[in-house]
Design a protein around this ligand. Sequence first.
Ligand code: IPE
Length: 268
Amino acid sequence: MKKNNLIILKIGGSVITDKEHNRKRINKKNLKRIAKEIAQAKNKNGFSLIIVHGAGTFGHKIAKKFNLHQGYKNNLQIKAISDLCLDLKKLNIEVIKYLKKEGIEAITFKQSSAWQLSNGRLENYNLEIIRNYLSLNLTPVLFGDILVDKKLKFSILSGDQIIYRLAKKLTVNKVIVGTDIDGIFNCNPKTNKRAKLIKKVNGKNINNFLIENSTSIDVTRGMNGKVCELINLAKSGTESEIINITKSNILKKALLGQNGLGTIIKTN
Ligand code: IPE
């Protein structure tokens, strides 16, 4: 692996599952196109890549129904944990299959077998295996998951927290967060036609944005959590960009080095 040639990509669960009908189905059209765009960009520029995908309809519904993100409450949750793990595995296998069809040698890194949480935050997470995969030119694929939690017994690890942790510890060239909206808006673009895309979140507007607009920008369930992880990442020196990967070629352009396609999150 060339130094500083690593891109970390989050593929939002809402993009690759059937969010529109809230069904536990793969959005094959998006997944196929995304895998193609990744392969085309990778063949052209030969970067190393870590992919982290979200859970979408394969995870949020059951996690919410049984409050799995809040840790142990009752024994009904135990079956739900096992069911959730199976669904996440099925989704992950589909992602890997589509990537491999395009010639990307993708390999699952099963974070719940290697890492632990403490109060919902990752603790003692080792990246040695991921580093080794990268050195073999494999593309590690991680995903939002349910993990053992030292304080809560179990809890949910979001793909966005994974992105933050990986980018903080590895030497990263670019962090791309693919979602189903164009970036961060000053208010909800789905209910307000005059919503304006914020092209840059930086040291000057971070605070307004988090405190004053924190509810209005929460257009997807995960947007606030996502932004918090990315702001923390920016504070530790790595900028990222939220882009809309439901639109053709945006991801490919971002992977090939184009910036300014969505919202850039940086501190200056
Ligand atoms: C959610 O992960 C994980 C579970 C609900 C098990 P993410 O928060 O990264 O998923 P998306 O991208 O919002 O679907």
